[in-house]
Design a protein around this ligand. Structure first.
Ligand code: NAD
Ligand code: UDP
Length: 314
């Protein structure tokens, strides 16, 4: 386990789980976040811990961290479609300039580096399930292009730093992840469906609901990231749960689990919404001896507990 870790985007959903896991394992964590989509409440329990430092900062600016750094986990970026459509230029800047600054810090500190990339690099995939060797089907000028192309550029930059500056780097292509500390109003499907179901409001299924996603519980993603950082593998690795479900089935599952009286309401499908998505995780299985261990029943229970508590406290 590295001693001192910088986590960009550490006040966000996945970032806050990474902070927790590394602190729990005895590391010192420096979290850098501009709080554009993240929240200090996600980190409340670490303030006062002398192994935790929070720096409010935009990582697209020159990045300097005093002292040694062993590992940089670059997670800063809007991630929900609603967020990156509201923040299109910031999304492009954090994926490009922000990744450049974070890699510059890795070079300066001779630190290991991991990029949080995404299944969105595959766009609306024509290969199913998606393997790391698939180049993707992305519309660069479509609405989602700001996120997809920023991450594709970021991957190219990471590989260039690896090849030209001899930095140990990793690229995790993360598929849809869920769990506690998701923002209730981030617009993603699970926060929307859960808050709607808990309030007996209609569940908004976009389009006819036949599109699929594969949802992975956040603890499994964190474990995959930790294992990837222990390898010398620089090329992209898919991390996600291959358990694929249609959005219609998901809506019905949430209604059942919450005992809600919500109806389902179909609305327009957003432009560029991928039709299918399912990770091929053979590489992660072989390389990391990793696969998800939290099934959707279990993961949804833990997530529902969190949302119930936070909805009541709102
Ligand atoms: P999130 O929005 O909860 O967290 C992102 C964090 O980055 C926020 O705290 C935000 O304030 C911070 N941030 C954004 N721009 C910044 C900047 N310029 N400077 C400093 N901080 C900045 O999102 P998340 O779901 O936790 O996603 C984290 C990372 O994982 C993202 O890079 C995302 O692309 C990637 N990812 C997430 C998923 C998922 O399903 N959640 C899937 C694939 C990839
Ligand atoms: N979606 C939906 N209703 C919502 C939010 C999302 O039907 O209230 C659909 C969306 O169109 C997509 C899927 O759920 O097909 C997953 O959307 P999300 O925003 O969670 O993430 P994406 O995988 O599209 O990045």
């Amino acid at each position: 386990m590295p001693d001192r870790i910088v986590i960009t985007g550490g006040a966000g959903f996945i970032g806050s789980h990474l902070c927790a896991r590394f602190i729990e394992e005895g590391a010192e964590v420096v979290c850098i976040d501009n709080l554009s989509t993240g929240n200090l409440d996600n980190l409340g329990h670490f303030f006062g811990n002398d192994r935790f430092t929070f720096i409010k900062y935009n990582v697209t600016e020159y990045l300097y961290v005093p002292g040694k750094v062993d590992l940089i986990l670059h997670f800063a970026s809007p991630a929900s479609p609603v967020d990156y459509l509201n923040l299109p230029i910031q999304t492009l800047k954090v994926g490009s300039l922000g990744t450049h600054k974070a890699l510059g810090l890795a070079k300066e500190k001779s630190a290991r580096f991991l990029l949080a990339s995404t299944s969105e690099v595959y766009g609306d995939p024509l290969e199913h399930p998606q393997k790391e060797t698939y180049y993707g089907n992305v519309d660069p000028v479509g609405l989602r292009g700001v996120y997809d192309e920023a991450k594709r550029f970021a991957e190219a930059l990471v590989m260039a730093y690896h090849r030209n500056h001899d930095i140990q780097t990793h690229i995790a292509r993360i598929f849809n992840t869920y769990g506690p500390y998701m923002r209730m109003d981030d617009g993603r499907v699970l926060p929307n469906f859960i808050t709607q179901a808990l309030q007996n409001e209609p569940l908004t299924v976009y389009g006819d609901g036949s599109q699929t996603r594969s949802f992975c519980y956040v603890d499994d993603i964190v474990e995959g990231i930790i294992r990837l950082c222990k390898t010398d593998h620089a090329e992209p690795v898919n991390l996600g749960n291959p358990d694929e479900i249609t959005i219609n089935e998901l809506a019905n599952e949430i209604i059942r689990r919450t005992g809600s009286s919500s109806p389902i309401k179909h609305t327009d499908l957003p432009q560029g919404d991928p039709n299918v998505r399912q990770p091929d995780i053979s590489l992660a299985r072989n390389l990391l001896d990793w696969e998800p261990v939290v099934d959707r029943n279990n993961g949804l229970d833990r997530t529902l507990d969190y949302f119930k508590t936070h909805l009541n406290g709102r």
